[in-house]
Design a protein around this ligand. Structure first.
Ligand code: PHE
Length: 348
């Protein structure tokens, strides 16, 4: 009898079949359960003997069911694993390598050139206070120079920079000059890369957002010759030992004298040279030093800039890249088209 029962359990070929066998034998109306219920009808001697036999059988069945259940579960898992096996030889999804943006590469190259000359790289905010962008740079409220910088205002009181807290998207990186001087003691040499914003019509050579690199050197007895030397070193690092720098007199309210500077650039493909206008520069205007000292006083710092000398320059980064590669339309930089961007994979 027990042999037969055990065989039923051994032969159960699925978890469902095993459960059916368990109910059939040990369930409320199961064969063994029935037999246990009928024990009471036997004479006392036989009852004890039969009772022990049935209980042993019950334990044996329960143990057999447990063992069989584990075996069936293992089989089911093995079958699933075999079916779901990964084919590790299948080709994966292609994940092409990325690269930095061409402007990031050119900016890094420029910053590197100046770092090797001992300049520190610093940053300033893109959302700037009108005070730093204009007033402290000797561009007072009604000065026509403000019209040269069509401004994206962030506060609702356009051009009223006297109102404290008037904010805008910086129109140039020059406000970093004031921020840096208000917190640091000369002598120092800094460059400041970053985005600038002008609210003007877009065409192949103009964008509402572009990049500048600002430079500022302050110390004792700094001269225009130092400025030219720094820019010439930059031009040579960019374009080789034959590079030249030219100054043309110009006007920016925060420098005196002020120049626009151009670099002699030889196209490596055609061998032809042109003057490339790169940006503005000049000697830091005494009014800027005065505004910085006023600011320092307000902050409880010693006014130390009056009587100092320094030069500043600011150049457009897109122009350098557009000529070098060449890129005919400035808008290509910011359209984020993969075929354009991946052409510069070789870079930094
Ligand atoms: N900030 C000026 C511009 O954006 C450039 C400049 C910088 C000129 C520093 C002189 C000195 O046009």
């Amino acid at each position: 009898m027990l042999e037969d029962w055990l065989q039923q359990i051994e032969e159960a070929s699925s978890l469902e079949a095993l459960e059916a066998a368990r109910v059939r034998l040990l369930g409320k109306k199961g064969e063994l359960t029935q037999k246990l219920k009928q024990l009471g009808k036997l004479p006392p001697e036989a009852r004890r003997e039969e009772g022990r036999r049935l209980n042993e059988a019950k334990r044996a069945l329960e143990a057999a069911i447990l063992t069989r259940r584990e075996a069936l579960k293992r089989e089911a898992l093995g079958a699933r694993l075999a079916q779901e096996a990964l084919d590790v030889t299948l080709p994966g999804l292609a994940f092409p390598p990325g690269n930095t943006h061409v402007l990031t590469q050119v900016l890094a190259e420029l910053v590197g050139i100046f770092q090797r000359m001992g300049y520190q790289a610093v940053l300033g905010p893109e959302a700037e206070e009108a005070f730093y962008n204009f007033d402290a740079l000797n561009i007072p409220e009604h000065h026509p120079a403000r019209d040269m910088h069509d401004t994206f205002w962030l506060t609702t009181t356009p051009k009223t920079s006297q109102i404290e807290g008037a904010k805008l998207l910086r129109t140039h990186t020059s406000p970093i000059q004031v921020r840096y001087m208000s917190q640091h003691t000369p002598p120092f040499k800094i460059v400041a890369p970053g985005k600038v914003f002008r609210h003007e019509a877009t065409d192949a050579t103009h964008e509402a957002m572009f990049h500048q690199l600002e430079g500022l050197v302050v110390g004792d007895n700094i001269t225009m010759a130092d400025l030219k030397g720094a820019l010439l070193a930059m031009a040579r690092a960019l374009y080789g030992p034959e590079a030249k720098v030219n100054f043309r007199p110009s006007y920016f309210p925060f420098v005196e004298p002020g120049v626009e500077f151009e670099v002699w650039w030889t196209n490596p493909k055609t061998g032809k040279g042109t003057w490339l206008e790169l940006g503005g520069a000049g000697m830091v205007h005494p009014e800027v030093f005065r505004a910085v000292d006023e600011l320092r006083r307000a902050k409880g710092l010693a006014p130390i800039y009056t009587g100092k000398t320094g030069f500043a320059f600011g150049l457009g980064v897109e122009r350098i890249a557009m000529l070098r590669y060449p890129i005919p339309d400035i808008r290509a930089f910011f359209q984020n088209r993969i075929p354009f961007l991946t052409q510069f994979r070789g870079g930094a």
